[in-house]
Every structure is written in C-alpha cells, then in structure tokens.
Design a binder for this molecule. Structure first.
Ligand code: ADP
Ligand code: MG
Length: 259
C-alpha cells in the first residue's frame, strides 16, 4: 500500500472508529515521528493519546453540564486571603479527590456569602474532571426530587440511581426548615450514601442547630453522625463577600454562632 492509499484507508478506519482526532492528527504526528525517529510503539501511543485526551475533556464538559451547578466557579477565582478559615493547601488536599475514593464527605459551614457554594462548586467541577459523575442541588430541591419519587412509588429506584453518582452536593441546608416527611426522605438520602459515595454539604447553621432544620433532634443527630463519621468539616468565617464586592463592608454583618 502506497502513502496515498494508506491515507485513504486511515480516513475510513478512523471514521469507523469514531476517532476524529486521530483522523486529524495521524499524518501530522507521523511527520514528527519520522523526523525524530520514533519507534512504531511511540507513534501509536502519541496518536492514541491525542484521542483519549480529547475524549476525556469532552466527557468532563458533559459531566459539568449534567451536574447542574448554579454557576461555574473555580479555585482560581477564589481569593484565599479573603477567607482565612480555609487555606489553599486545605483546598488542594480536598481537590486531590481522596475523599471521593474513600466515600468521605466534606461539610462547609458558615454565614451567607463566605464562599460555601463557590468552594463546593469548584470541588464538584474538579471531580467531574477527575472522571466522576456529580449532581448539585440545594437541600430544598433534593427534597422536592425525593418527594416526587416517593409519591410516584419510585423512591428506591431514585436512591439507587443517585447511588451511581460519585458525588452529590447538597447546598444550603438550613435556609428552610423541613417538615417530617422531608426530613425522613433527606435522612434516607444521607444513609444510603453512607460509606458508599460522597457528599458535600453546606449550611449556614452549625450542627448544634440542625435539630431546628429537621424538626427533630434525634433524626438530626443520626444524620450528623453518618455525615461526619468520615468527613472533613470547615467553618468559613467573615462577612459576606457579596457585600464586600459592593464596597459595603460597613453594613452590619450577621452574627453567627460557630460550632
Ligand atoms: P455562600 O454560599 O457561602 O453564601 P457564595 O459561595 O455563593 O457564598 O459566595 C457569594 C459570592 O461571592 C459568589 O459570587 C462567590 O463567587 C463570591 N465569593 C465568596 N467568597 C469569595 C472569595 N474568597 N474569593 C472570591 N470570590 C468569593
Ligand atoms: Mg450558597
């Protein structure tokens, strides 16, 4: 087979494999390979590498889209000098993803505007890039979702389905109190994931006040027990970054009780 036929054949074969990057780059990389006297194996690896890297990137893009983050936030846009309760190296340790491998949890507590949603989102996006499926919703939305499933007899199926997500983010626990059914459903979400898959939770309330959220100190205690058994808890501090950026730091900041 001459070079022209080989080229044609490559067009067909890469099309059949649905490998557009190989089609794009195989000839160009071959020129480099000849130039630099690569082995056949080195050439093949370089070409496949191109395709795999592109597929991973597009997989990550899809996972980020499917996760339903309220906005795209990354650690690069987070000012760690404005939030000293968490250092860049604390963050980097979490972002390494060890908690995901260990089915551990991360809890971010603190008053409004201190960066809880920002950091939870940044960690979620990193997890997507590490190849994990992630879902984000507020506590209220999670409860809606579970209630919906429950009322149509699909609760078990829904919990099983959610179990396939390596990370679930539950934002804003505590902004609205739950009635009993909601608290029970929420408890089931927490307990089905316990030691199986990770959670990131955020709350404006310290654990001591979760009884108020769930209307029942026993259920709150049982929940907290499962959440913190393998968890890293950070209590963010300071006044709202939202107000800071408006240049209204002089506004009275909300008082906050820490755990
Ligand atoms: P919370 O969820 O704790 O109420 P957010 O994470 O939503 O707060 O933060 C409020 C806004 O301020 C967001 O736009 C967020 O990106 C920004 N923000 C908060 N803290 C920081 C920070 N330390 N550096 C950069 N942006 C921040
Ligand atoms: Mg928030």
């Amino acid at each position: 087979m001459g070079p022209a036929e080989a080229h044609k054949s490559l067009e067909y074969l890469t099309g059949a494999l649905k490998a557009p990057r190989i089609k794009q780059d195989a000839v160009r990389i071959a020129a480099t390979a000849r130039d630099q006297h690569w082995s056949y194996e080195e050439y093949l690896a370089a070409v496949l590498e191109r395709e795999v890297a592109a597929r991973n990137a597009s997989g990550a893009r899809l996972r980020v889209k499917a996760a339903g983050f309220p906005a795209i936030k990354t650690a690069e846009d987070f000012d760690f000098t404005a939030q000293t309760a968490i250092t860049h190296s604390d963050y980097a340790a979490m972002a390494s993803g060890r908690y995901l491998a260990e089915a551990g949890n991360i809890v971010l507590l603190g008053p409004p505007g201190t960066g809880k949603t920002h950091l939870a989102t940044a960690l979620g996006i990193t997890a997507c890039h590490q190849g994990h499926r992630v879902l984000y919703a507020t506590a209220v939305d999670w409860v809606h979702r579970l209630k919906d499933a429950h009322h149509t007899g699909r609760l078990d199926a829904e919990l099983t389905k959610l179990g396939r997500f390596r990370l679930i983010i539950i934002d804003e626990v505590g902004y609205l109190p739950f009635e009993q059914e909601a608290a029970n459903l929420f408890f089931q979400l927490i307990s089905t994931r316990y030691e199986k898959a990770s959670l990131i939770l955020t709350s404006n309330l310290p654990f001591a006040r979760w009884g108020e959220v769930f209307g029942d100190v026993t259920i709150a205690a049982a929940m907290i027990d499962r959440i913190v058994h393998h968890a890293e808890v950070h209590t963010l501090k300071g006044s709202s970054y939202r107000l800071k950026t408006l240049g209204t730091e002089s506004l009275p900041s909300t008082t906050h009780q820490t755990t």
